[in-house]
Design a protein. Structure first.
Length: 100
């Protein structure tokens, strides 16, 4: 399941990269003067960088939450396993005492 999320995130990243490159190419190919095109690119790249930073910050927060939840689940499962192991050892000791 984690691999599916990772694959989806990778595809989405490539999609946005392609969209940004396509937009930049379209702006460069428009019949405008060089100065107008550069000014337009500067505006758009600043906005795009701001949005990318915001998206990265949100993604980092979500990843941290997922990590914390998975760590808690791991700790719970480890505790359950240790409890079951100790119960099994105790049952084995009782069985050995009763057999003697």
């Amino acid at each position: 399941m984690a691999d599916d999320r990772s694959d989806a995130a990778a595809y989405l990243g490539w999609f946005f990269l392609g969209a940004a490159l396509g937009a930049a190419a379209a702006l460069l190919m428009t019949p405008k003067t060089g100065r107008e095109a550069r000014d337009l690119l500067t505006e758009k790249s600043g906005e795009l960088a701001r949005r990318a930073q915001q998206f990265a910050t949100e993604a980092q927060g979500r990843a941290g939450d997922w990590f914390d939840k998975s760590r808690e689940l791991f700790e719970e499962q480890t505790q359950r396993l240790l409890t079951a192991f100790e119960a099994g050892k105790e049952a084995m000791r009782d069985t050995e005492k009763n057999a003697s």
